[in-house]
Design a protein around this ligand. Structure first.
Ligand SMILES: [Zn+2]
Length: 321
């Protein structure tokens, strides 16, 4: 049996998995990134995580064909360089791929983390057999990915698939990227909280007011708990986020005519209360032909998508046959 390794480098944790050539997750480890130790310290941790994932499973490192890494961007995937990683201090022009390659003497590959998660859903998740798949990740921010006939669309400067930064409201709410009115400012967990808080402060009736007074921090999870407890304000907040998501999707659907859109990320614990308004909004805005065969589905791989996709892209790139 031959193996691949997938690494999901995040601001807080490094997740590393042993994955079979067929895409089965065999074993996974998770260790703190320790970003405060700078790029060298984080790279040492990545190397440590690769060694421990094979050791814990009793697999000989010689059976590992290649190592795929998903990292926050922007980046140069062709040359394996992380240009900048917002949540990792000191990461400017780090040749991460070559550092990992020389540590183990086997090929490595660098990809955008959201693209890796999107590819995983195409390879082994909700988007299998899609002709043209679009993925959204609704977390702190909004990530995306585009896969056409099995190929990840990376774009001229490795910046394709930034679906969270499509403008959906002219001169709308400010976004972390510097633009205003991005989808991320309306459909991310952060924006859900920010918009709900503004409405609560201006007098909206909701159980959340009492929970906040009791000292609970307002999070997207708390809003979903309130929704499940029957709070109509919280339900409406979710429907609003889902409607904006659908608004963003409708532009992509008009441009690319996908057959499957997969939606994942922490916020998707709320599930259909986000997806159903998105479907309604897309249907309202696109041609009947666009909507006829379109499926908008929840992601299936959860927190494992990043590591599985990082491994899968080794095959997509032709590094592993
Ligand atoms: Zn933005």
């Amino acid at each position: 049996m031959t193996y691949l390794i997938g690494v999901d480098l995040g601001g807080t944790f490094i997740k590393t998995a042993l994955v079979s050539r067929e895409g089965k997750l065999v074993h996974k480890v998770e260790i703190p990134s320790e970003g405060e130790r700078g790029p060298d310290g984080v790279i040492i941790n990545i190397i440590r995580s690769v060694k421990s994932v094979v050791k814990e499973k009793g697999v000989d490192l010689k059976k590992v064909k290649a190592i795929g890494i998903g990292s926050p961007g922007p980046m140069d995937t062709k040359n394996g360089i992380v240009r900048k990683a917002v949540n990792l201090p000191g990461w400017v022009n780090i040749p991460l791929r070559d550092r990992i390659q020389s540590a183990f003497g086997i090929p490595a590959n660098l990809e955008n983390d959201a693209n890796a998660a999107a590819y995983a859903e195409y390879w082994k998740g909700a988007g299998q057999n899609a002709c043209l798949m679009i993925a959204y990740t609704l977390g702190t921010g909004v990530g995306g990915g585009i896969i056409i006939e099995g190929k990840l669309i990376r774009g001229t400067n490795d910046c394709a698939g930034e679906l969270g930064h499509m403008t959906i409201v002219p001169d709308g709410d400010p976004c972390a990227c510097g633009n205003r009115g991005c989808l991320e400012s309306y459909a991310s967990a952060n924006s859900l909280v920010r918009r709900a808080m503004a409405k609560i402060k201006s007098g909206a009736q909701t159980i959340l007011r009492q929970w906040i007074d009791e000292g609970k921090p307002l999070t997207s999870k708390l809003i979903d708990e309130a929704r499940l407890a029957g709070d109509s304000f919280s339900r409406d907040a979710m429907i609003e986020a889902g409607t904006y998501l659908g608004l963003g999707m409708s532009a992509v659907v008009s441009a690319l005519n996908p057959d499957i859109i997969v939606v994942g990320g922490g916020m998707m614990k709320a599930g259909e209360v986000l997806l159903e308004p998105a479907r309604v909004e897309v249907k309202r805005r696109v041609f009947a032909e666009h909507f006829a065969k379109l499926k908008i589905l929840p992601a299936r791989l959860g927190n494992d998508a990043g590591v599985i996709g990082a491994a899968g892209l080794l095959i997509e790139r032709g590094i592993v046959r």
